[in-house]
Design a protein around this ligand. Structure first.
Ligand code: KG4
Ligand code: ZN
Length: 350
């Protein structure tokens, strides 16, 4: 696959081809939510530098991300992160093939900071700009430091999205099914709040669950379309369960067992449906991506599938949650990108 890109100030074409013959060094920025991140990646798989500045401590006191605060914070941090990334890579901007950034979906004010920084670098150094869809970038995190090649089925599990994606070539990602209501990351964060766990609840709820008995409580799974999900009923069930337990046992609630039962139910639900999609397509390779791909149970269930003859992939932890290396990888591999300097940011998945 190859894509022909234009430099802003002359008609010289820049060809990015995924045959691995040329050396393409892509600089990328990710700023769609609460991480200001930059990375430099060679040919979509080899990370030369990766820098992430997280805003989690800032948003913790509000119990969630405040968009205006996040955007202002990106503005304060972005130049420092860009400089640090070049320093770590020991590269000059002139040595970069193209400048990329996430353009959506995400928080508009936050996206604008990263996209305008990438466009500015593109104009100053007369190199192509590549705008990237954040969700597609999460899937591409699986190419980093790995030998993964399409076709495969990817389970995308993040704070705002839950999708089963068919990847039949580097160029194309097709959504087979998705959540009809809450995303799994959002469900984790809301259920964590019931336990009194602070934002971001997902990773802490995962830690709590690892200490409990996952068969202690029955958690019902919603019956929806064969590749779709629903989590709002599970969330309500957890609320009711916690109320009942509080009435019955006051301060003596077996929180570890409740967490473990919740974790087992939702992770089995996610992995079983993904495996079913692979079986229907006749694919033997599965991958998982997004922040919730850092979850211990999801990773275990995915790697257990290797005993059943599947090849499975999961990005290392730092490339599961939001990062810019995945954006650089997507800029290299995907054909479906935004190369116009007039590209606008978008808040919802399109
Ligand atoms: O992909 P991501 O970093 O940001 C979005 O694009 O949304 O995902 C963030 C989500 C949060 O909801 C966070 O609680 C969840 O991923 N998360 C986890 C774990 N690590 C992060 N959820 C469950 N278990 C984890 N270990
Ligand atoms: Zn994300």
């Amino acid at each position: 696959m190859e894509k022909i890109l234009k430099k802003p100030f002359d008609d010289v074409e820049v060809k990015i081809s995924t045959d691995g013959q040329d050396k393409n060094i892509i600089f990328a920025i990710e700023s769609s939510c609460d991480e200001s991140a930059c990375a430099i990646v060679e040919n979509g798989r080899k990370v030369i530098a990766n820098v992430v500045a997280t805003q989690i401590p800032i948003h913790q006191k509000y119990g969630g991300v405040i968009p205006e605060v996040a955007a202002r914070e990106h503005l304060e941090t972005i130049n420092v992160v860009i400089e640090e990334c070049f320093q770590k890579a020991n590269l000059k901007p002139q040595e970069i093939t193209a400048f990329a950034s996430t353009v959506g979906p995400g928080l508009v004010g936050c996206l604008l900071v990263g996209m305008n920084a990438a466009k500015t670098l593109s104009l100053v150094y007369n190199k192509p700009f590549i705008g990237i869809n954040h969700l597609k970038a999460h899937v591409c995190a699986n190419y980093i430091d790995s030998d993964l090649e399409p076709p495969f089925v990817c389970l995308l599990v993040s704070g705002g999205h839950t999708q089963i994606i068919k990847v039949d070539s580097y160029e194309k990602q097709e959504i087979l099914g998705e959540t009809l209501d809450d995303a799994i990351g959002e469900t984790y964060d809301k259920v964590a709040r019931l336990f009194g766990i602070p934002y971001p609840g997902g990773p802490n709820l995962d830690k709590l669950a690892q200490k409990g008995n996952s068969d202690a409580f029955f958690i019902p799974k919603a019956k929806v379309g064969e590749f779709d999900f629903s989590f709002s009923g599970i969330k309500t069930h957890m609320l009711k369960l916690m109320h009942t337990l509080k009435e019955q046992r006051a301060d003596d609630i077996p929180v570890e067992d409740v967490a473990a039962s919740f974790q087992k139910a939702v992770c089995e639900y996610l992995i079983q449906k993904t495996k079913h999609a692979a079986d229907i397509l006749g694919y033997k390779t599965l991958a998982v991506a997004g922040g919730v791909a850092a979850n211990s149970q999801i990773r275990k269930l995915m790697s257990d599938l290797q005993n059943e003859g599947y090849k499975t992939y999961a990005p290392v932890m730092r490339y599961c949650t939001d990062n810019a290396a995945m954006v650089a990888s997507a800029a290299y591999f995907l054909k479906d990108v935004y190369t116009d300097l007039d590209t606008e940011v978008f808040s919802r998945a399109i």
